[in-house]
Design a protein around this ligand. Structure first.
Ligand code: SF4
Length: 428
């Protein structure tokens, strides 16, 4: 789906491994591992999980000798498994040392993230850029509010306090302006050191949503580098999701941002892939890209007397996300934009289900205890049973619909499938 109403800010195109980033290309979803990078098996496994969930690039920390020496092995194992997902090395404090000492690591990575706030010195920053240049790798200048260049900040605060009182910006404003200056000046240094402008991506992440708007709008107006967008340290649970969606979504809706990463704290035991799903849902709910069919479901109310409706809404959502890679592997296309409705009662259920590609309207309290299924506006089945059983029948109808409408070969007709289900229900 194209994002017809929003014009992307024009940028250079930057190639990162097999993926191109910039205004001429789709906005890219990326994520970061939380394994010990030196643990090759665990890191490869998590990269595979993230990539299969839809992370188009994966970043991992490279902080010591063990991690740097593991990187070529990680790349080789992914290549052997047939995954060409671009890998980004995240460097802080000693990137120049590790990249010099481990040239195979420098070769195996597809991009280096350099934090100018902790590169060490101008010479050490330059060393990393030179290694990137020699290896033909792009860099991301990744400024972060928590590790801002303190010398630059002190200088800008000094300049501010020397101004007449009413012209002073104040320390918070200077802090944000220092982040922007750090990103823009560092990018200029990279180009001055001989890197092409098509090898640079910028980011300047903060943890507060209004600050993120200010920083990214300013960056967008000052340069043509692609911007990597994300709210850093967004937090966990609903707070992390809401803050990320607000911060990233509003800027994307203004045409700002070329790659995104959602930095939410996973719940204990929660899969790391959650951040990928949230990033995809941000893009999809804005109408920018489609990744998997989404469920339209009502919140339920006093007209729904049991949890059948919630069970089916949840099961259907999981089914669609789980089934998407299988449908893709079968060569089906276009199903990602399909709309699926799961509704709680007769008030809005049939109407919303008819509007969807395929939808089920569950019976509310006191209603006829069957659940009509609509496909392309016509009723094709009436399901009965408990929540799990209706969910399974509905999933089978969805699968038939996808085969019939998006498959390579025409599958069994949905009407026939629906009739079969209706007959079965009558027998019960
Ligand atoms: S569709 Fe029915 S159950 Fe759902 S919120 Fe509306 S009235 Fe309530």
């Amino acid at each position: 789906m194209s994002h017809a109403s929003v014009k992307r800010r024009k940028t250079f195109s930057v190639k990162i491994g097999s993926i191109s980033v910039g205004s001429e290309h789709p906005i890219v979803v990326q994520s970061m591992t939380n394994t010990n990078t030196a643990d090759v098996a665990a890191t490869v496994e998590q990269i595979l999980q993230l990539n299969r969930a839809g992370s188009e690039m994966v970043r991992f920390t490279v902080k010591d000798d063990a991690m740097a020496s593991a990187v070529p092995d990680i790349r080789r194992r992914l290549d052997d498994a047939g995954y060409d997902v671009p890998l980004i090395g995240d460097f802080h404090y000693n990137g120049d040392i590790l990249l010099s000492k481990y040239p195979k690591c420098a070769q195996a990575l597809d991009k280096y993230r350099i934090n100018p706030g902790n590169a060490g010195s101008d010479e050490r920053f330059r060393k990393m850029v030179d290694i990137a240049k020699d290896n033909g790798k792009p860099v991301r200048i990744g400024v972060n509010g928590g590790s801002l260049d303190q010398k630059l900040l002190a200088k800008m605060i000094d300049e501010d306090v020397k101004k007449p009182k009413k012209e002073q910006s104040g320390s918070h404003q200077v802090f944000l302006d220092a982040m922007i200056a750090s990103a823009v000046n560092s990018a200029q240094s990279v180009v001055d050191y001989g890197m092409g402008k098509d090898k640079v991506i910028l980011s300047a992440k903060v943890s507060n949503v209004p600050d993120l708007f200010y920083v990214y709008k300013s960056l967008a107006s000052k340069c043509e580098y692609p911007l990597h967008l994300g709210l850093t340290e967004a937090g966990g649970g609903t707070k992390g999701v809401v803050a990320s969606a607000q911060g990233i979504g509003v800027l994307l809706n203004q045409g700002i941002g070329d790659t995104i990463r959602v930095s939410i704290t996973p719940r204990p035991g929660e899969s790391r892939t959650q951040e990928v799903i949230v990033a995809q849902e941000i893009l999809q709910t804005l109408g920018i890209r489609n990744f998997f069919p989404m469920v339209t479901s009502c919140p339920g109310c006093g007209r729904t007397t049991s949890n059948i409706f919630q069970v089916i809404a949840e099961e259907t959502t999981k089914y669609l996300q789980h089934q998407t890679p299988t449908w893709k592997a079968l060569g089906y296309s276009g199903f990602e934009s399909m709309k699926v409705a799961v509704m709680g009662c007769i008030v809005n259920g049939p109407g919303e289900s008819r509007e969807a590609n395929i939808g089920v309207s569950l019976p509310g309290s006191g209603e006829n205890p069957t659940a009509p299924v609509f496909a392309d506006g016509k009723q094709v089945a009436a399901l009965t049973g408990d929540g799990k059983s209706i969910a399974k029948q509905f999933e089978a109808l969805i699968d038939d619909y996808v085969k019939a409408h998006y498959g390579k070969n025409t599958g069994p007709s949905l009407a026939a499938a629906g009739q079969k289900t209706e007959k079965k229900n009558k027998k019960k």
